[in-house]
Design a protein around this ligand. Sequence first.
Ligand code: NAP
Length: 259
Amino acid sequence: MTDRFRDRSVIVTGAGKGIGRTIARVFAREGARVLVVDVDAQGAADTAATIRKDGGRAETCAADVGVRADVEVMAGEALKHFGGIDVLVANAGIFPSVTIEEMTEADWDHVHNVNLKGAFFCVKACAAQMRRQGGGRVLLTSSITGPITGFPGWAHYGATKAGMLGFMRTAAIEFARDRVTINAVLPGNIRTEGLADVGPEYLRKMEASIPMGHLGEPEDIAYAMLFLASDEARYITGQTLVVDGGQTLPESALALESE
Ligand code: NAP
């Protein structure tokens, strides 16, 4: 445990498992008070219990980021427990796979509602408080899928992850004078619990497409977030940080064969 974020109030959405759980744990290890937010109340409780067991401080909030009233309650809970909001990590996201031919309007709307509208709701609910406090940090979990790459089955997902960046750039300008920065981290393929079912052959193929030769760990995303939330990153806003082990670099598979 260090003191870099001692007593800062940090909200992490989608923190009931996966990358968000690790982001919450890493901020707590740095001394922050963390509001663990997830649509899955049990997942949020488990993350908070782990943080407390490690000696950190955490509260929980069951909220669906796609529901505006839930997100307003979330911001209120952070104020109630911690007295302010210093950092918002809008991380919650879903990635159901379906081809465009099979995709229904409801599929499209659901993914947009959680990933893109959810990010908007979270920023809207928290940024005014940050402005009142004289500053704050917003971090978005985008993806390489959409802003940089494509993958069959994820047209709707990619649209939301690219859309988050369009939203971010204007938000960064609107809040710049208030010392509220807003940046995005773009993860590549990260090793989360969700990958347990994909099988060794699929994993091997994924790893073969990454110049570093292995998947990222949730900590790799959390450390990028930590930097963008730090005092040292105070002059960085509206930017993207790709954390992908070089996955988006090769111009073709040949670039990796010559290694
Ligand atoms: P994950 O393991 O599925 O965890 C996401 C968490 O968010 C789950 O606990 C989920 O609950 C929760 N959640 C889902 N919908 C929600 C909602 N409407 N409101 C609040 N919480 C909600 O996902 P992950 O792999 O950690 O991904 C986290 C973020 O990273 C996402 O934005 C994703 O797009 C992005 N990302 C991930 C990767 C990767 O390789 N893993 C790569 C690029 C980007 P339920 O389980 O109950 O649905």
